[in-house]
Design a protein around this ligand. Structure first.
Ligand SMILES: *Cc1c(COP(=O)(O)O)cnc(C)c1O
Length: 398
């Protein structure tokens, strides 16, 4: 065989050839649609934090390679944030690592902690980089399906326990959960923690939406549970919390030996990133509680606009307790409008039919049939944009 006869993309990654986001964003542009597919805000974060980045850049702070673990100011601010919010104590020098967004933190953690063949349990539907990173690390993913239960998706704890084998190395948790909007409860987290301790598992927990929880939902870091602090890699990010997704500043907090392992992989991925932005994020993390409360209230109001509009348009709407996504069930729209309950077909046709782009949740599943009728909409957009999207979707339903 010649080098051109063999597929260029290797077997580990063959199934991850192109993301749905590329296809759907291209469709949005072609059709002039409102893009509620990809989750990024259409308004920048706080002006004073933007100015802090400009100041750092002008003052020559971070324009050259910052220190490998992250600039000391940011590591101190991350440790202070974990202390202030959750009474979790981390040493900024040995237990905090700054990464190129949560995306790199996830990749580096899996590359560092897995041996080939190790099993990783993750909830499906899952964030799209999990499956690809487990594959790049040579691990085997074992999905545990979150299932609709009343107005939200829930974890079946018996199914989770049954998924653990002698080859399980790690639980990959995400709460608040993208795309379902589920926030794991104290009871669920207690059971997960007990299982991790009993079976001696590592836990990597993606908590990028920690500040986006609504109503009576509460975000409780897994690292706060008994026996968890030293087996848990907690991942956070400035992108979602401060509405600067382009800055790519994320972080890991964990025990010295876990941070040191993750750093070993991280140093050969990006080495370092986002120098001046690290100083700005250090200031952002120290913003008063009023910032976080106003941000949450604003996103909750946007959630309510989109959720009630989708319900009026005839969708089944699941309750979003956290994140900035709403998962809907298209089947109540009827067989014809919902394309027989096929989320893929529905989302491919929606831009042309209604001028709105959404994402079929099936792309986040191994068991695609379990996700077939569900479609995700993002509400981190200006209220006027959401209202216009709702108007278009209502017109679709007639
Ligand atoms: C957006 C997102 C990320 C990526 O965060 P970055 O800091 O932009 O890399 C990771 N996990 C989840 C669940 C997300 O929604």
């Amino acid at each position: 065989m010649t080098s051109t006869a063999r597929p260029h993309l290797n077997r580990r990654l063959a199934e991850f050839g192109t993301t749905i986001f590329a296809e759907m964003s291209a469709l949005a542009v072609q059709t002039g649609s409102i893009n509620l597919g990809q989750g990024f805000p259409d308004t920048d974060g706080p002006e004073e934090i933007r100015e802090a980045a400009v100041r750092a850049l002008r003052d020559g702070r971070g324009n050259q390679y910052p220190p490998g673990p992250g600039v000391p100011e940011l590591r101190a601010a991350i440790a202070a944030h974990q202390q202030r919010r959750y009474a979790l104590t981390y040493d900024p020098d040995t237990e905090v690592l700054v990464t190129a967004g949560a995306t790199e933190a996830i990749a580096a953690a899996l590359l560092a902690l897995l041996e080939p063949g190790d099993e990783v349990i993750a909830f499906e539907p899952y964030y799209d980089s999990y499956a690809a990173c487990i594959a790049m690390a040579g691990g085997t993913r074992v999905p545990v399906t979150l299932r609709p239960d009343g107005d939200s998706f829930r974890l079946d704890l018996d199914e989770l326990r049954a998924a653990v084998t002698d080859r399980t190395r790690l639980l990959l948790i995400n709460t608040p959960h993208n795309p379902t909007g589920t926030v794991l409860t104290r009871e669920e987290l207690t059971a997960i923690a007990e299982l991790a301790v009993e079976r001696d598992l590592l836990v990597v927990t993606d908590e990028v939406y920690e500040h986006l929880v609504f109503d009576d939902a509460e975000h409780i870091p897994l690292a706060t549970f008994p026996g968890m602090r030293d087996r848990t890699v907690t991942i956070g990010s400035a992108g979602k919390t401060f509405s600067f997704t382009g800055w790519k500043v994320g972080w890991v907090t964990a025990s010295p030996s876990l941070v040191s392992a993750v750093r070993s992989a991280k140093q050969f991925l990006t080495y370092v990133a986002s120098g001046p932005f690290q100083y700005a994020v250090a200031e952002a993390l120290a913003l008063p509680d009023s910032y976080f409360e106003a941000f949450r209230a604003d996103m909750r109001a946007k959630r309510d606009v989109l959720a009630s509009g989708l319900a009026e348009a005839g969708f089944g709407v699941f309750r979003t307790a956290g994140t900035y996504f709403i998962t809907t069930d298209i089947r109540p729209l009827g067989a014809e409008l919902s394309q027989g309950g096929d989320g893929f077909a529905f989302c491919r046709a929606l831009p042309e039919r209604a001028g709105v782009v959404a994402i079929p949740n099936a792309v986040f599943y191994d068991h695609r049939e379990a996700g077939a009728p569900f479609v995700r909409f993002a509400f981190c957009k200006q209220t006027g944009v959401l209202e216009e999207a709702v108007k278009r979707l209502k017109a679709l339903a007639g």
